[in-house]
Design a protein around this ligand. Structure first.
Ligand SMILES: *Cc1c(COP(=O)(O)O)cnc(C)c1O
Length: 389
């Protein structure tokens, strides 16, 4: 008896054969993975049995990110924040202690405070300019991991990450770095002895402000296993379409970053000459704080940096931002568009409060022409002066 319509339509349209070879990878969509025979349902060798583990596009992205980070394995997460929390949960247990840089991404700090502490993991914050020897000497027997972010993505302090990694390893302490600023390209933490290199792919790798994803890269096989288990235990997966989108961004990462970097430095250099500006915080700018450390370790700069305005009422700071027309006002960064924010509100949760000289501002320099961006900032300064007077 021939199958009825319901059956025919469910079985139809599957066997298109090998897909044609395109420039990008095939995007498979699937929860169920069909297995060839009954014996394959429960494999003992870790073979793929379920779509949550990833399919063609996710595997292609992981392979490409291994290349970017010089990694043995890269775990994918549904956001940059999930990569940070996931990597921490994968290696920590009750009774452990984390030393975290005071400048870490604020939602990561919230996770430390509201989740890690609730599960019996202690967290202490260190001044990111603390001498590495002193920092590691201050670790306790419970210290399991040191979490760094260099440069910090609001105030751009840098840390001698390699030295911290070396000293920590000698004491059996893991190190992790939120390397979103360098996008895995301008600085490769694994090459400098860091155990876990984490980044928000949402930013420069995806590059178009339209998708969330994060990664954690490792060189060590045991850590690769721990991250993998962590992803499975928490039930995370990323969609094939989004993995494809991030991989598409990766293709042009070096080209885009080069432009972000030179445009950012042009704007930073111009800002340094402005009477409204106290200081520019851009480690790639000669003479700026931590420039020597950047020059030693980095192959380039991205487009994200800060500056402080001469002290003024918050209405003048807001007037500066509101007068900008090319710069969008918004969080996140790494896309093709320029963005501006004020930062002081976010600094309140920190333990250490260096004097930045006035209200701290952050710019993301996109792929627009830098002369146009400078003209836009000039307009902002006019509004700032008027509001301040
Ligand atoms: C944006 C950001 C994250 C988080 O990434 P999401 O994908 O937005 O969750 C983590 N660290 C830094 C430094 C970031 O700028």
């Amino acid at each position: 008896m021939p199958p009825k319509d319901e059956t025919r339509l469910i079985r139809a349209g599957h066997g298109a054969g090998r897909p044609a070879k395109t420039v990008g990878p095939a995007v498979q969509k699937g929860s169920t993975v069909l297995l060839p025979d009954a014996a394959s349902l429960y494999p003992t060798d870790g073979r793929l049995t379920y779509g949550r583990q990833g399919l063609s596009a996710q595997f292609a992205l992981q392979a490409a990110l291994c290349e970017l980070e010089n990694a043995r394995a890269v775990a994918l997460y549904p956001s940059g924040l999930a990569a940070l929390t996931g990597a921490l949960l994968a290696v920590l247990k009750a009774g452990d202690e984390v030393l975290a840089s005071d400048v870490i991404y604020r939602p990561t700090r919230r996770f430390c405070e509201q989740v890690l502490k609730r599960f019996g993991v202690g967290v202490r914050y260190f001044d990111s300019r603390q001498d590495p020897t002193e920092l590691v000497a201050g670790a306790s027997d419970a210290t399991r991991l040191i979490l760094m972010e260099s440069p910090g993505s609001l105030s751009f302090e840098m840390q001698d990450v390699a030295q911290v990694a070396e000293l920590a390893r000698a004491r059996g302490i893991l190190t992790a770095a939120d390397n979103t600023w360098a996008a895995g390209l301008l600085y490769r933490p694994l090459d400098h002895g860091v155990d876990i290199s984490i980044q928000a792919l949402t930013k420069y790798v995806a590059g178009h402000s339209d998708v969330f994803m994060g990664s954690a890269a490792v060189a060590d096989a045991k850590l690769a296993h721990a991250l993998d288990d962590g992803v499975h235990n928490l039930g995370w997966s990323v969609a094939g379409d989004e993995a494809y989108q991030v991989l598409r961004g990766l293709r042009t990462l070096p080209t885009r970053l080069a432009r972000h970097g030179t445009s950012g430095l042009a704007v930073a250099d111009w800002l340094r000459g402005r009477p409204e500006v106290v200081q520019v915080f851009h480690p790639a700018l000669p003479g700026a704080p931590d420039h020597a450390l950047w020059a030693r370790d980095y192959s380039g700069a991205c487009g994200l940096f800060g500056f402080s305005l001469r002290p003024a009422p918050s209405a003048a700071v807001d007037a500066f931002l509101d007068a900008l027309s090319l710069f969008g006002l918004g969080f996140s960064w790494g896309g093709f568009e320029s963005l501006a924010i004020s930062c002081d509100h976010q600094l309140k949760v920190r333990n250490f409060h260096p004097d930045y000289g006035g209200p701290l501002m952050r710019l993301h320099i996109g792929l627009e022409d830098p002369a146009d961006l400078i003209a836009d900032l000039e307009q902002g300064f006019t509004a700032y002066r008027t509001a301040k007077a």
